[in-house]
Ligand binder design. Sequence first.
Ligand code: GLA
Length: 444
Amino acid sequence: MEKFKGIFIAGLISIFFISCNEKKENTEAKPGDVAKENADYADLAKTPPMGWNSWNPFGKNVSEQVIRETADAMAATGLKDVGFRYIVIDDIWQGGRDSSTGLLYPDSARFPSGIKALADYVHSKGLKFGIYSDAGTLTCGDRPGSYGYEEKDAKLFAEWGVDFLKYDYCYCNDYASENNDYKMAMERYKKMGDALKSTGRPILFSICEWGPRSPWLWGKEVGGHMWRTSYDVHDIWDLPRNESSPIGIVTSIDVVSNLDRFTGPGGWNDPDMLVVGLNNTGFIKGGGCNDIEYRTQMSMWCMLAAPLMVGCDIRNMNETTKEILLNKDLVAIDQDSLGKQGIRVLRKDGMEVWKKPLSGNRFAIAFFNRNSTSKSITTEFKSIELDSAAHYNVYDVWKHKPLGASNGTLSASLQSHECQVFVLSPAGPPTDFTKNKRMGEQQE
Ligand code: GLA
């Protein structure tokens, strides 16, 4: 009997080792293993990408000095520790395209050391480096686009050490009729997506088509890791239009609000960069937002599982801007491994409640007051699509403190345009109901 037992255990051990080896073999990429390479490529954006982009604060005045100092600030301010990684140079870095070699070159006055040296510097800070181009003949800022040069440009970007490409859609419309326009967009983005993959360097591909050709339907298929869902968000709370740039924060939220089923690990809806901290000093205009409105943009972008691309001058942030961008509790909601976009579960009298499922059977709940006056709200669990029999511990993400347990209702008082965010974690059934405080009440 002992002998059989020994054989049985030895058998189990060898099955364990064989299956471990099999697993190991399955996860190792073999050259030419396209499925595996594509899986690695998708792994570039398991959670919404986080970084900084030059356009909102600097526009055409971006320079290597700005990028170097921004990389320093990313590390020094703590943004890097919170998870911000990519430093992306947007449009108007280009000096032109060499007519004999066909190679892009940077503007020599603003980038005298060249792009490779700059990428090396960014990498030396433990950060990743991004750049911008366009699927048309010219970029939106009238610099050379990548149309017809996709492979050449992708190869050059890889040689420079680029980790992220934002790819715009200006100067593309002349080739297609209204009806097949989206097909042309797919073709052009796929061309660059394939070119990036074939470099062998993992380069995150950010599609910037702005939404008219529904990139959420085909973005992942053409190799994209994120796709803009609307036109450019300017430094303004509400500018209600979406047929062209610019728009305000609120319009961008409304456009993306119906697209939750298209986002998730590997490919993300992108409601555009953050305007938090611009305070009407940026290259993009709009008149500015107040601190409550900037807080709300950050809250809602995290509820939406949006890519978080900071769009202010992080070398000179005031205390409020730091408090907003360094809110780890909020960023954790954005970066939650489930990768779910929050949905609007209640809308009444200008008040909204949003719900985002989180890992560990938790939820993020956001109360959002769109009114120009203060308002209070109390909701039953049931009316915001929570199990009415559940008991939750409630954590206030802006105050960074637990508020105690709640078994049936949630309430909040909000100033105009304010958004308050709470994380609800399952609590065991309370043993003594008299001690079960309502949210917001003091704990003993
Ligand atoms: C477009 C994009 C912006 C920015 C500019 C640069 O408008 O949507 O985000 O990249 O081009 O020219």
